[in-house]
Design a protein around this ligand. Structure first.
Ligand code: C2E
Ligand code: CA
Ligand code: CA
Length: 393
């Protein structure tokens, strides 16, 4: 930590007083600080604080004014936290936590000053947070009810072999859909982040795994065995029941493990390398197929590729968008295809929308493709007639 943010104050000095402007909070490194409530004719001790205690956070987070006095009891060293650091941290949380924080600050202030409870006294920001906090809570409740009511469904987007006549389907990616009763469908990009933040992705994830395994088992039962991929989100790495849930689903549907593929994005890997590594090892020992998703979408984790047991590399859609116009993109795709092959990984490029893109990707050495040019995501019933061959990836 930077020395500029430390302050040493001798015993018996005032750090701030009631009514002062307050743009900093403090953590006591060493020493003792008294927090005093000050009325016209009375001073009372609110708290005596020691090492590691924090104080002075209410003004920078609230209206910027001190509502108590802080005095050093001993020689004290403080670690100073500027208002900006606080605000950044607060802004990066959700509205529910911001609202909770503001409510608590108001409550503590009223208790320390003895002021009566006020109503309707809310800043615009507070009212915004309050409204979005409610909206968010309602949304989370609807998600939970949606799961109970069976409003989620899986669609499946075929992945095809490139450069093979008729582009046979070699595997499927499951993609979740939410169809709330009486309302229009909600896109996964609109509800997955909320389900992740609220932890609801855990039960939803269990449902996804079971449903995808059931679909894969149905395909195998009809003589068209295909691997079905499910997307795993970062929050699911903390789910201690994830692997048991996978094992139970494989058993329940009598599905060989290689028929289930987990897709993990590059960003999950970067944010939680250790968590990902341990999950991947367990899944590898179960015999699952493992894909790195969205490869090339902002991170360059080539370095990790050979350390992790992925058998499939999915190149991000952005490669397709650029492959016809940028020579550099073609070079990168060719090199990645080469490297993946050397590492024994299958390559899939996502987001193929035109025949030209499919052609160029094939020429660059990519083995499989996924995109609207071939097939859109659809329900399982719609996939069945398209399975001309039982080839598998
Ligand atoms: P993703 O895993 O990269 O999934 C591929 C997305 O690209 C899908 O969007 C798919 O419909 C879309 N796509 C496929 N081909 C094309 C194409 O040719 N052009 C374009 N423009 N798009 C194409 P979708 O279904 O809206 O899903 C979006 C994202 O939501 C997924 O990205 C994934 O991150 C997440 N998601 C979807 N289903 C699940 C799920 O079951 N679990 C979790 N954790 N995340 C999911
Ligand atoms: Ca995916
Ligand atoms: Ca993807």
């Amino acid at each position: 930590m930077d020395g500029r943010y430390r302050r040493c104050i001798p015993a018996g000095q005032r750090i701030f007083d009631v009514g002062d402007e307050g743009s900093e909070a403090y953590i006591i490194e060493t020493g003792v600080v008294d927090i005093l409530g000050v009325d016209v004719d009375d001073t009372r001790l609110i708290a005596r604080l020691g090492a590691d205690d924090m104080f002075g956070e209410m003004a920078p987070l609230g209206d910027g004014r001190r509502s108590a006095r802080a005095v050093t009891v001993e020689d004290t060293t403080l670690f100073v936290i500027p208002r900006e650091s606080f605000l950044q941290a607060v802004q990066s949380t959700g509205p529910l936590l911001r609202h909770l924080l503001r409510m608590n600050i108001q409550r503590v202030r009223r208790m320390s000053t003895g002021a009566p409870a006020e109503s309707g006294d809310h800043s615009l920001a507070d009212r915004d947070d309050r409204a979005s906090a409610w909206e968010r809570l309602r949304f989370e409740q609807e998600l939970a009810a949606g799961l109970d009511r069976g409003e989620f469904l899986l669609h499946y987007q075929p992945i095809v072999a490139l450069g093979v006549s008729g582009a046979p389907i070699v595997s499927l990616e499951s993609l979740i859909r939410w169809q709330p009763e009486g309302r229009s469908r909600v896109a996964p990009t609109d509800f997955i982040p909320i389900a992740e933040a609220s932890g609801q992705i855990v039960p939803i994830g269990h449902w996804i795994i079971d449903t995808a395994c059931a679909a894969a088992a149905q395909l195998a039962g009809q003589g068209t065995p295909l691997t079905v991929a499910v997307n795993v989100s970062i929050r699911q790495l903390d789910d201690v029941d994830l692997v048991p849930c996978i094992e139970a689903a494989l058993n329940r549907h009598s599905l060989p493990p290689e028929r289930l593929r987990l897709e993990l994005t590059e960003s999950i890997l970067i944010h939680n390398l250790e968590g990902t590594r341990s999950l991947l090892r367990r899944c590898q020992s179960l015999g699952l197929s493992l894909a790195m998703d969205d490869f090339g979408s902002g991170y360059s984790s080539l370095a990790y590729l050979h350390q992790l047991p992925f058998d499939t590399l999915k190149l991000d859609r952005s490669f397709c968008e650029e492959v016809l116009t940028r020579d550099a993109t073609r070079k990168v795709v060719r090199a990645v295809a080469h490297l993946a092959r050397d590492l024994g990984m299958r390559t899939v490029v996502e987001g193929i929308e035109t025949a030209e893109q499919a052609q160029v990707m094939t020429e660059l050495g990519i083995e499989c493709g996924q995109g609207f040019h071939f097939h859109r995501p659809m329900d399982l019933e719609a996939v069945l007639p398209r399975l001309r061959s039982a080839e598998n990836a």
